[in-house]
Design a protein around this ligand. Structure first.
Ligand code: ZN
Length: 150
């Protein structure tokens, strides 16, 4: 298990150091802002939708390593997914982060996103990891205002 933890930690550090899709998305047709007051994480998520499929997704913002890595992994995993698939993945990630699943199942069903499973041991950081997902959901629903983890 410790080897797996090291691997997962390496994935998170890598995404924090060089976040994927960390840019403003020109021509985005959906956009939402999110804020996690507990930690001070701020994020803007941009989405381009084509016939219900996420053709492009990116983010900008500032926050802790967990929030940044989670947002980076989210954007990397959602390109080409439908809105319904994205919703289902979020539900699955949320279950993992709140400790409702087993590591083996997480790894099989979530692939690289399972690297965030260690966050479930730190309840105070769960909102850092879910911020980008809440913000994405708000962008997909076309909601106005700032998505908050509170
Ligand atoms: Zn945070």
């Amino acid at each position: 298990m410790s080897e797996l933890s090291d691997l997962y930690q390496e994935v998170i550090l890598d995404h924090n150091r060089s976040p994927r899709n960390f840019k403003k998305l020109e021509g985005a047709d959906r956009k939402a802002e999110g804020y996690n007051p507990l930690c001070g994480d701020q994020i803007t998520v941009y989405v381009k939708l084509e016939s219900g499929v996420i053709s492009e997704v990116s983010f900008q913002g500032s926050g802790c390593a967990i929030s940044k890595a989670s947002a980076s992994m989210m954007t990397a995993s959602l390109k080409g997914k439908t809105v319904e698939e994205a919703d289902a993945i979020f539900d699955r990630v949320h279950k993992m982060l709140t400790g409702g699943s087993s590591p083996a199942v997480d790894a099989e069903e979530l692939g690289k996103l399972a690297a965030l499973s260690g966050v479930s041991n730190f309840p105070a950081r769960v909102k850092c990891a879910t911020l980008s997902w809440h913000t994405l959901r708000s962008a997909l629903k076309g909601e106005r205002g700032v998505a908050s983890t509170e």
